[in-house]
Design a binder for this molecule. Structure first.
Ligand SMILES: [Zn+2]
Length: 453
């Protein structure tokens, strides 16, 4: 019988940098499969960890399976290819389409960060082009054979095209959640529950917290819009271009159509989010039935009359001279790069600004410092006084929360659990819940550790 092991190369005891290696040894033959190859993201894209050599030999990897197209799951793939990976890479069709857009954005963010930090970039656009040629799309439920392993993608319910990776090898079934969607989800269809699982490797971003409901969060969003409207101020929403922006657009669309919100001009200042939203429109079958139906009858759920999409830098600067009240949605979601920083420089010193954080803010990021209540921050070398109101809405998350993950583990009924992709506190809290409530052996691995299964 073949022997199977998991190496937690990165993405253990941290939220980002998803990168796990499954090794199957059958006599003289060894099969190596990677699950994700993501960027580590903190305050800077040029986080030195992204430049480090991989702890495994890229030339020996047979295949890579991507759980979804967020940069912390795909962003080091071009480096893997640059350093000799010659196998195949697999993802769902939406993920395959999102990857060029997301990787191109990573390249430009890394380039500007590297100039600032005086470091080397891990890869350039040519590497991205080369890497994308190795990508094949597979539907949910179809099995791919790689050496002595059989691999199947299932719906993870997190973002458009997100997948659970199920690996059958050595008589065992191992499932990686990637990022696990919540139930009910917001835009993606509800996640699958894999069966007959021996080992589950679960994320834990919100492993020690629970989310507010989506409807409560919509009320909070509405209240922030109303307040900005009354104060004739600016509502700044830093948002991840992939999924969170579409969730916010869909919520604004619904409330403006219902007439529960004033018709405030909304600027989506993100060419990346615009491209991503187009990919959402191209894959109605990968969205919740009610969203799919709207798209299919030509009623765009991501657009409304007061929405303006700015794609070039000039029109981005024109937002500043547009009269308030106004809403500005821009990336990056944790303010570690992108156009939001320019708007933050201008609007954070103003009392009638509300900065609304709608996503996870990783430790060390500008977004996290603002969330923690700093009264002065440095943005691109400029000291900025924070007089704006800073508010956070947790309920738009596309991740399962603590109780939801425990419920998922209970439904999957694995024999053993590993908790990854969360800060140490969240991961250990979740692991205690899983072992305490469900009586399952649960580990919180350290980066670099290998476990024989
Ligand atoms: Zn994600």
């Amino acid at each position: 019988m073949a022997q199977i092991s998991i190496t937690f190369a990165r993405g253990a005891r941290r939220v980002t940098g998803s990168n796990f290696l499954v090794t199957v040894v059958d006599g003289a033959r060894t099969t190596r499969i990677l699950i994700d190859c993501g960027l580590t993201q903190g305050e800077q894209f040029c986080d030195p960890t992204n430049g480090e050599t991989f702890t495994y030999d890229p030339t020996e990897i047979g295949a890579v399976f991507f759980t979804h197209a967020h940069a912390d799951h795909i962003g080091l793939f071009p480096k893997l290819v640059k350093e000799g990976f010659k196998g195949r890479a697999y993802a769902t069709a939406p993920t395959r389409d999102l990857m060029p857009v997301m990787l191109e954005d990573s390249v430009s963010l890394m380039r500007s960060e590297a100039t600032r930090c005086g470091t080397d970039v891990p890869y350039v656009m040519d590497d991205v082009v080369h890497a994308l040629k190795m990508l094949t799309d597979i539907p949910y439920g179809e099995t791919v054979t790689v050496g002595d392993a059989r691999v199947t993608l299932l719906n993870a319910g997190h973002i458009l095209g997100s997948a659970l990776v199920q690996i059958d090898a050595g008589g065992k079934r191992v499932v990686f959640t990637g990022d696990l969607g919540r139930v009910p989800s917001i835009l993606a269809p509800d996640r699958d529950v894999p069966e007959g699982v021996d080992v589950l490797v679960t994320e834990s971003v919100y492993g020690n917290r629970t989310h507010a409901s989506v409807s409560d969060s919509e009320q909070e969003l509405a209240a922030a819009v109303q307040r900005s409207y009354q104060e004739q101020g600016t509502l700044l929403i830093p948002a991840f271009s992939l999924e969170r922006t579409q969730i916010i657009l869909a919520a604004l669309d619904r409330m403006m159509t219902e007439g529960t919100l004033p018709k405030v001009p909304v600027y989506m200042d993100s060419p990346l989010a615009a491209k991503v939203t187009d990919i959402y429109r191209a894959y109605p079958a990968f969205l919740r039935p009610e969203v799919r139906e709207r798209l299919e009858r030509g009623d765009d759920p991501f657009s409304f009359p007061t929405l303006r999409v700015t794609v070039n830098t000039e029109s981005s600067h024109l937002i500043d001279v547009a009269p308030s009240p106004k809403i500005v949605i821009a990336g990056a979601g944790m303010s570690h790069g992108g156009r939001i920083r320019h708007h933050e420089q201008k609007y954070l010193p103003l009392k009638n600004t509300t900065l609304l954080l709608v996503g996870y803010q990783v430790a060390g990021s500008l977004g996290r410092r603002l969330k923690d209540g700093r009264k002065e921050v440095a943005i691109d070398g400029v000291k900025v006084k924070v007089r704006a109101r800073v508010a956070a809405i947790g309920g738009f998350s596309a991740h399962a929360d603590r109780d939801d993950i425990v419920g998922f583990v209970e439904a999957v009924k694995p024999r053993r659990v590993f908790v990854v992709l969360g800060e140490t506190e969240a991961a250990t809290f979740l692991a205690q819940r899983i072992s305490g409530f469900l009586g399952l052996p649960t580990d919180v691995p350290q980066e670099g550790e290998t476990y024989e299964l």
